[in-house]
Design a protein. Structure first.
Length: 126
């Protein structure tokens, strides 16, 4: 694969954890392999690999964008990633408050609900 793929896979493992990436890789098929390559190179090998902002800041931005766009299915994964990015619960609350003001209370409310559920799961797993 390309250098962006390799660096993307390293960043993906750093942010999401080996267990998550190993499960995703085991579930990969011939059908979705090109898509997995795309997100590994584009998201993880380019955007997340940049040193322009910190992992904490990138984590907060990602959560805000996911909530604002209504892409709720990705929020639990990125809440779990906060354990590795350094984004605190207070950071996440601030993010969703911004979403409420600038993008709508219903989206922020749902994102906050997902965050609460995910944090509870993380505490139970610890």
């Amino acid at each position: 694969m390309t250098n962006k793929y390799d660096s993307g896979m390293q960043v993906r493992r750093k942010i999401l954890g080996d267990d998550h990436v190993d499960r995703a890789e085991a579930a990969k098929t011939d059908f979705d392999a090109p898509f997995q390559t795309l997100i590994t190179e584009g998201a993880w090998g380019t955007v997340w690999a940049s040193d322009g902002i910190t992992d904490r800041e990138r984590s907060m931005l990602t959560l805000a964008l996911l909530a604002a766009a209504g892409n709720f299915e990705e929020i639990p994964m990125h809440i779990r990633a906060t354990a590795r990015t350094g984004a605190s619960k207070q950071d996440v609350l601030e993010v969703f408050q911004h979403v409420a003001v600038y993008c709508g209370v219903p989206r922020a409310n749902h994102a906050l609900k997902l965050a609460k559920q995910t944090y509870a799961e993380m505490e139970n797993d610890a």
